[in-house]
Design a protein around this ligand. Structure first.
Ligand code: PHE
Length: 343
């Protein structure tokens, strides 16, 4: 009988002094004192052997024991939880370099546009930029395309809110007129930027695209200067050895031409690009019509100049063998990720 009391006291002491140091040790503790085969169970069985007059005392002791085991376990458990919380950042190395965030890549339109820009910058052209919402005068009238001029049909225009005065620029020639209005020759600019035309969207055409236009005005600028500048561009951009200028028409240039570069038909790619002719059409150009100079306050008896303009998307489609212009405007990361370049 005395043994049972002593055994219970000894276990109570064990419970009170228990100090498990790991989660595993805590689990051992739980199994030992609270599990289905815990060490208290045999002591409860001893109740039968306790004389009646001490049964109550023994019962109380057993209750104390059970309670103590539970209390101690809960106390230890919450200690471990607190510790886990404060250990959460223990092995965080604050001096470690941050994880790299995903790097983007340049848009193919930007790559091609930057390449065009850098080619002209090498021979002294500077970039000029201006607004996309233009007035009719800078986009058309100054460019020798007054209202009702049939050439306006060449560029189907988005007018703003039914106004006849404001529109989304149809070409970056509007930047040319703005520069000529406030800058005296010599002028040597390229105007890259987004333009808009009211065209049905399809695989081959879009209602928005990018252009790079160029303008060179000084004394004695001749058609030979234009031709040599464009030949240089064709060599740098396409590695072409030859160019061809075909007569064309633009209201703001006279004479006007369209330039093809000679790529040959030696490779499958150049054969396909040039449809077997060896020639690829790239841009429109011409000598600035004296009327345009006069419209913008430049003395056409003293100065002359040339201008050219090209679309960027068409060139990007060809250079990267992309079959649908709409891909260039959808901004699908999986598509854009494929283009990496130093430009
Ligand atoms: N502005 C013309 C276009 O958008 C291109 C061009 C510019 C042609 C300059 C000749 C001279 O189609």
């Amino acid at each position: 009988m005395l043994d049972s009391f002593e055994a219970a006291q000894a276990i109570l002491k064990d419970i009170e002094t228990a100090n498990p140091e790991s989660k595993e040790a805590l689990e051992q503790y739980r199994i030992q004192y609270l599990g289905t085969k815990n060490v208290l169970k045999p002591l409860f069985e001893h109740m039968k052997t306790i004389p009646n007059e001490r049964k109550k005392e023994y019962g109380q002791l057993m209750n104390t024991l059970k309670q103590a085991a539970e209390n101690k376990f809960n106390e230890l458990k919450s200690q471990f939880e607190d510790q886990a919380d404060s250990n959460k950042y223990a092995d965080l190395d604050l001096s470690a370099p941050a994880a790299l965030s995903d790097l983007g890549s340049r848009h193919p339109v930007s790559i091609v546009m930057n390449k065009i820009i850098s080619i002209f910058q090498k021979i002294g052209f500077v970039v000029a930029e201006d607004r996309e919402i233009e007035d009719d005068w800078h986009n058309f009238t100054a460019m020798n395309t007054p209202e009702d001029h049939p050439a306006r049909d060449m560029q189907d225009t988005y007018y703003l809110m039914n106004s006849t005065e404001f529109l989304l620029r149809t070409h970056t020639s509007s930047v040319q007129s703005r520069v000529m209005m406030h800058q005296k020759p010599p002028i040597r600019i390229i105007a890259p930027g987004r333009v808009y035309r009211n065209e049905t969207i399809s695989a081959r055409s879009h209602c928005q695209f990018h252009q790079v236009e160029g303008l060179y005005i000084d004394e004695n600028v001749s058609f030979a200067d234009l031709k040599q500048t464009l030949l240089y561009f064709a060599q740098e951009m396409y590695g072409a050895s030859n160019i061809r200028l075909r007569p064309s028409y633009f209201p703001f240039t006279e004479p006007s031409a369209e330039m093809d570069v000679y790529l040959g038909t030696d490779t499958e790619k150049t054969y396909r690009l040039t449809k077997g002719t060896g020639w690829l059409e790239i841009l429109g150009c011409g000598m600035v019509d004296p009327q345009v100079l006069e419209n913008c306050g430049i003395d056409s008896t003293k100065y002359s100049g040339f201008a050219f303009g090209m679309g960027v998307e068409r060139q990007a489609l060809r250079l990267y063998n992309i079959g649908d212009i709409r891909l260039l405007f959808e901004n699908d990361i999986r598509f854009l990720k494929q283009f990496e370049s130093t430009y």
